[in-house]
Design a protein around this ligand. Structure first.
Ligand SMILES: C[S@@+](CC[C@H](N)C(=O)[O-])C[C@H]1O[C@@H](n2cnc3c(N)ncnc32)[C@H](O)[C@@H]1O
Length: 192
């Protein structure tokens, strides 16, 4: 039996149909750099990925992955919180960002006590909706199964529900297990 695609694979397929070569996009949580590499492959050679992480180890892992793929030139790596993304993204790109990816939680194979935090995640999401282009898309992979991830997921879902329906569409894709603790993918698109 073939396995259904993971939520991360579904996020990538949604983004792949949406992003064009030359686009400006954001990876809000670089981690091991898999998502940054995926984004760079979509926008290179003329576009740009802004990639954020608060951990030097994550920025280094992402840099190494991009260098191996010869795509470092397409990425601006920022060792700071995604809550400050507006400050780091060039003003000429404000309102021009076609996709912003959030993969919440902790750095796999890293320090599992350093996790995304509800307050900074919400600050980043508020910045993200303002930076998006018309039809721009935000994907948020949320993990309620770890301590702290439960509150963060609930708060992110509440934040999505409060978005103006005439300006944003929101879709939630659940894991097949459909438990309260199972990960979920939220997809926000600026429509108005
Ligand atoms: C699940 S991992 C991301 C996985 C990654 N996208 C990949 O492709 O490997 C979550 C990452 O978010 C980072 N993080 C936590 N708080 C952050 C913040 N405020 N700003 C940016 N990154 C943050 C963690 O350091 C961790 O590396």
């Amino acid at each position: 039996m073939t396995r259904p695609p993971s939520l991360l694979q579904q996020a990538h397929s949604i983004l792949q149909t949406h992003i064009q070569r030359g686009d400006i996009v954001v990876d809000a949580t670089a981690g091991n750099g898999h998502d940054t590499l995926f984004l760079a492959q979509q926008i290179a050679p003329s576009g740009l990925v802004y990639s954020f992480d608060i951990q030097a180890a994550a920025i280094n892992a992402t840099r190494n992955r991009l260098m191996a793929a010869d795509l470092l030139i397409s990425v601006c790596l920022i060792e700071n919180s995604h809550a400050k993304m507006r400050h780091y993204i060039a003003p000429l790109h404000h309102g021009k960002i076609s996709a912003i990816m959030f993969n919440l939680g902790y750095f796999p194979r890293g320090d599992k006590t350093i996790i995304t935090q509800t307050d900074s995640t919400l600050l980043a999401l508020n910045a993200a909706v303002k930076l998006l282009s018309q039809n721009g898309i935000i994907t948020i992979l949320a993990y309620p199964g770890h301590s702290g991830g439960d509150t963060e997921t609930t708060e992110v879902e509440n934040w999505c529900q409060k978005l103006a329906a005439e300006q944003f569409s929101v879709k939630v894709i659940y894991s097949p297990e459909h438990k309260d603790t199972a990960p979920r993918l939220l997809v926000v698109q600026k429509i108005g």
